[in-house]
Design a protein around this ligand. Structure first.
Ligand code: UTP
Length: 296
């Protein structure tokens, strides 16, 4: 089966972000800054770099600032122009030039499957990408292009996996798989939520990127609330798998930044700050001294 390559992305960003409270009481976790860009900008940049410039943000109560970030700021731009600060001017304009941003509201946080379901009328029958709003991958090791290529070929569901240590399987959705001729591509035969190391069928954990056929919307509409009373995307995908829809996964070998909770967020900030051309050198020197002098 072959389909048209996905040209739209959906970013579910309407969750309650309970793991990052109280910071996320009034500020969406998707807007927390990693060095000097909000998490969400890294994600839109990831989509744009893969050629996707139609981006639908699933938003909810208290989340409108997310949309403002991708709007123009003529007052700020005028001030930077007056000051002759071309570098910051370009950075401010960049976020409004990355993609065409659309929004849809998820009135209540009823789960990831439900959030994806709100995109039905914007996306229509075509395949589309889903990028979770609190994680992103290394800019120079992109993941999405290979996922889009594979989905175009199979017409089915394409997931992304990262290899985790055995003691970590209980934190992720883990796949049972069959290998293929390509060492980076697996055929998915099942998904288990958060299994213990003994029960885990592999060490491949689901990462927050999906390329899905448009037919998933009907399946989501028929999916009953599952784990935690939420409509789970995993349940809708499991139905499709059982119905014979091909499900494949790309094994991602780069680094994935998970900013959905304080530890992963702090790691992302430090990892990206040390690599920055403008402040990396000074930050690395400070960090080395700080860690060297750390007495616990
Ligand atoms: P998470 O489970 O990481 O987000 O969902 P959460 O529920 O907001 O966070 P915790 O677990 O309470 O800390 C992954 C992505 O899906 C979105 C979230 O905003 C996040 O970007 N999401 C989740 C929705 O848009 N709607 C939902 O109902 C649930």
């Amino acid at each position: 089966m072959t389909t048209k390559r996905a040209v739209k992305a959906v970013i579910p960003a309407a969750g309650l972000a309970t793991r990052f409270l109280p910071a996320t009481k009034a500020v969406p976790k998707e807007l927390l800054p990693v060095v000097d860009r909000p998490v969400l900008q890294y994600i839109v940049e990831e989509a744009a770099a893969a050629g996707i410039t139609d981006v639908l943000l699933v938003t909810g109560r208290g989340k409108t600032a997310m949309v403002d970030h991708f709007d123009r700021r003529p007052d700020v731009e005028a001030r930077l122009e007056e000051k002759g600060d071309q570098k910051r001017l370009a950075a401010v304009r960049r976020s409004s030039e990355l993609a065409d941003i659309y929004t849809v509201r998820q009135g209540e946080a009823l789960g990831l499957g439900h959030a994806v379901g709100t995109a039905a009328s914007h996306v229509g029958d075509n395949a589309f990408a889903v990028l979770l709003g609190d994680e992103f991958v290394e800019e120079d090791k992109p993941l999405l292009p290979a996922m889009l290529d594979l989905q175009e070929k199979t017409g089915g569901i394409v997931l992304a996996f990262m290899e985790v240590a055995p003691h970590e399987t209980s934190r992720y959705g883990i796949a049972s798989v069959r290998t293929t001729d390509d060492p980076d591509v697996v055929e998915v035969t099942g998904l288990v939520e958060k299994p213990s190391p003994e029960e885990a069928p592999s060490n491949l954990a689901v990462l927050g990127r999906y390329v899905l056929p448009g037919s998933i919307f009907d399946v989501i509409a028929d999916t009953k609330p599952g784990n935690g009373g939420e409509i789970q995307l995993t349940d809708a995908m499991a139905t499709m798998l059982a119905d014979g829809v091909p499900v494949h996964g790309i094994v991602y070998r780069g680094h994935r930044y998970d900013t959905g909770m304080p530890l992963g967020y702090l790691q992302a900030v430090v990892q990206l700050a040390v690599q920055r051309e403008d402040l990396g050198e000074e930050f690395r020197a400070w960090l080395t001294e700080f860690v060297g002098g750390w007495k616990g």
